[in-house]
Ligand binder design. Sequence first.
Ligand code: URA
Length: 259
Amino acid sequence: MQERLQKIISAAGVASRRKAEAMILNGLVSVNGRTVTELGSKADVERDHIRVAGRLLRPLSSRLTILLHKPIGYVSTLSDPQGRPTVASLLRESGIKERVYPVGRLDYNSSGLMLMTNDGELANTLMSRDTRAPRTYHVKLDGRPCEEDLKKLESGIALDGRKTAPAKIRILGERGEGQKLWCEITLIEGRYHQVRRMFERIGTPVVKLKRVRIAFLTDQGLAPGAWRALTPGETERLKGSKRENRNGKKSLLPRRGKP
Ligand code: URA
């Protein structure tokens, strides 16, 4: 389908519509080898070779997003200077040839859901501050926090000199060997080791951490090490979360006790 170049470029997540226009005017965009500097120019992302600052835009049909259940003991990056197994090596071993990039991080010692994609638009949307796609974690704690401390974490504490965004916490109960307490926490931001540092702050360190949900995507049916490709509908829904949140249409966090 023929579309205006600036629309194609912004939909690919390379730049905003206005920046894309500036790139066209500055001669940074070419279609099938020919530089295009007119703003009304159209192209077809599926058929034409569109380059922006030398980079080839990926047609929609080859965009891939994977929901992976990262096991403990894998680094959530493409490579590791210490030579530890990575999420990229895990996907390669399970037959994925396409190069997909992690969206955000999950600790080496944590397990749970991660998104890996070659879709720049989706990665930009999910990493953007105003998307605030909720991430839900189940954590096993060393100790039992009091209600007051949990409320403090929910309303926000200072981490690195900046208050954390509102969170939701639910007690799941005591489980397993040693009958340790498990809690569920939902955050709408992702700072470095945020969950671990929050519980550390109230004196109940996290001994196990598992990410069980990203926005509406859950770990149901995905064992550690397993993955599945997102459907086009799921990808579009994730991309829509930025617009929805900006328009105030969606409550970002589940209501207390109703995740
Ligand atoms: N919070 C953490 O502490 N670790 C993670 O991996 C993710 C969130």
